[in-house]
Design a protein around this ligand. Structure first.
Ligand code: NAD
Length: 497
């Protein structure tokens, strides 16, 4: 019998009473490996009630103790690194090494959460007026919520709940219905690390369950990662309901290649950053903008891309895995067809990709388009597949114009040996995360993940100091402790210092 993914409510892993189930499939075979329940209204209410009740006691737990929970959790995650990567690879199709990277990037955020005491320090100033001191404390918000996408089932939940909980909040995670097994195992290990009852809840489902959380008056903050239309919906509804919202969304990341760059370095980097993880990364490079004479580089890139072979996660030689679902595969195939119809030159075509022994896998081979223009659908839309678009321009200014006029601003990179070109690019580009001779510039967790424009809706970003601010309130106290009674009568005006 197919197992149903459990809910984690009030400290217990429980079978849902849901009547609606969503199959979780192995993307290389279509075998149903589990079912995601769509939590009932009663279960959603119970999760929020438990998180609300747990907040009363969890917020009083001293901050070094909360940090110690994160240290134990970090150690357990490391101990179970391979096991987590196996679960992740089975449900997502990622190669084992890439699945390990997904888990590792999450572990790094837990390490950051273990530093929470110093991150929660406020500010103070003595004698802001005669005999008066001002100081501030960072206090938790209450019940926080995370809604996560399919493509990083370990890393993205770990961007959220460890930092929120370390700040003294309680947390409800609603993972992607497509890949719920890894987040559920993350929750089991969190409980095993000693997380008190109710501090973390995991509920499953889709829009209905998300809507419940968006409309629940006890939910104070919502972190979302996913596609642009859903991010906009979450941001609008959440802020309409007067909640704090951060919503990370889709992307179209450009890499600009200057003629002075090292050719082989560029080609190696573009291949990995464009089709790695089947292009299902929000920081994947999907557009390569070549400055100056480029035809030979693009031809060589095509040769290298054509050599890349997808495969199942157990195959050590597989460069990447299948797409997450048949629907995702069809969408990418349709986009490739559109690119050809709109006049781009398809130099490498991954449409009819097969993998021996896995006829039902959601395979798409590496795909390279040349002579792509800004008007084409393959340029305008996020494809979220192993497809790279190449464009050529004469100057860095023209490249900047292309990147800056794009609606997205998640990540970008420049390849060059010229410091002045790199400096100009980093300064003028309107994108939140910039790599210089680094294709996918994802900041480590002591910085923040800072997408711009339509790649992010909100103010404070994920992890780093910004996440601490997102998951907390600042309380500023102004105090006077006179040594003897002062009687100057009522004060009716603002006093000039
Ligand atoms: P998605 O938007 O389909 O789903 C994300 C989450 O929202 C899931 O938990 C899902 O159940 C929920 N959801 C889906 N439809 C909903 C609706 N109508 N109302 C309320 N909730 C709904 O995204 P996905 O396909 O799982 O993930 C891929 C997308 O995520 C890509 O666009 C990718 O660029 C983006 N992404 C962005 C970042 C980033 O940091 N900017 C990181 C990873 C992924």
């Amino acid at each position: 019998m197919t197992k149903t993914v459990k809910l984690f409510i009030d400290g217990e892993f429980v079978e849902s009473k849901a009547t609606q189930m969503i199959p979780v499939t192995n993307p290389a075979t279509q075998e149903v490996i589990a079912e995601t329940p769509c939590a009932t209204n009663e279960e959603m209410v119970a999760a929020v009630e438990s998180a609300k009740a747990a907040f009363k006691t969890w917020r009083e737990v001293p901050v070094p103790e909360r940090a110690r929970l994160m240290m134990r959790y970090q150690a357990l995650l490391k101990e179970h690194h391979d096991e987590l990567a196996t679960i992740l690879a089975e449900e997502s199709g990622k190669t084992f090494e890439d699945a390990k990277g997904d888990v590792w990037r999450g572990i790094e955020v837990v390490e950051q959460a273990a530093n929470v005491p110093s991150l929660m320090m406020g500010e103070s100033a003595e004698n802001v007026a005669r005999g008066i001191d001002t100081y501030s404390y960072i206090q938790p918000l209450g019940v926080c919520v995370g809604i996560t996408p399919f493509n990083f089932p370990a890393m993205i939940p770990l961007w959220m709940f460890p930092l929120a909980i370390a700040c003294g909040n309680t947390f409800i995670l609603k993972p992607s219905e497509q890949n719920p097994l890894t987040p559920t195992r993350l929750a089991e290990l969190f409980a095993a690390a000693g997380a008190p009852k109710g501090v973390l809840q995991v509920v499953h489902g889709g829009k209905e369950q998300v809507d419940h959380l968006l409309n629940d008056k006890d939910v104070k903050a919502i972190s979302f990662v996913g596609s642009v239309p859903v991010a906009q919906y979450i941001y609008r509804t959440g802020t309409d309901n007067l909640k704090r919202v951060q919503a990370f969304a889709g992307a179209k990341n450009h890499s600009v290649i200057m003629p002075d760059a090292n050719k082989q370095t560029v080609i190696n980097n573009l291949v990995g950053a464009s089709v790695g993880a089947a292009g299902q990364r929000c920081m994947a490079i999907s557009v390569a903008v070549f400055v100056g004479k480029s035809q030979e580089w693009i031809d060589d890139l095509a040769v290298e891309l054509a050599k890349v072979k997808p495969g199942v996660w157990t195959d050590k030689n597989a460069a990447y895995g299948p797409l997450v679902s048949p629907e995702a595969k069809q969408r990418v195939i349709d986009m490739i067809a559109k690119g050809k119809a709109e006049g781009a030159d398809c130099l490498v075509d991954g449409t009819n990709c097969t993998v021996e022994g896995y006829p039902n896998g959601n395979w798409v081979g590496p795909t390279l388009f040349n002579n792509v223009t800004k008007e084409m659908s393959i340029y305008q839309q996020e494809i979220f597949g192993p497809v790279l678009c190449a464009m050529s321009v004469d100057t860095l200014d023209e490249a900047l114009e292309i990147v800056n006029s794009n609606q997205y601003g998640n990540g970008t990179s420049i390849f060059t040996t010229n410091g002045a070109a790199a400096r100009k690019y980093q300064h003028e580009v309107e994108v939140g995360q910039v790599g210089i001779n680094i294709p996918i510039p994802v900041p480590l967790p002591f910085f923040s993940f800072t997408g711009w424009k339509n790649s992010f809706f909100g103010d404070l970003h994920a992890y780093g100091k910004q996440a601490i601010r997102f998951y907390s309130e600042t309380k500023t106290i102004t105090a006077r402790w006179p040594e003897s009674e002062i009687d100057n009568g009522p004060n009716m005006t603002i006093k000039l210092q």
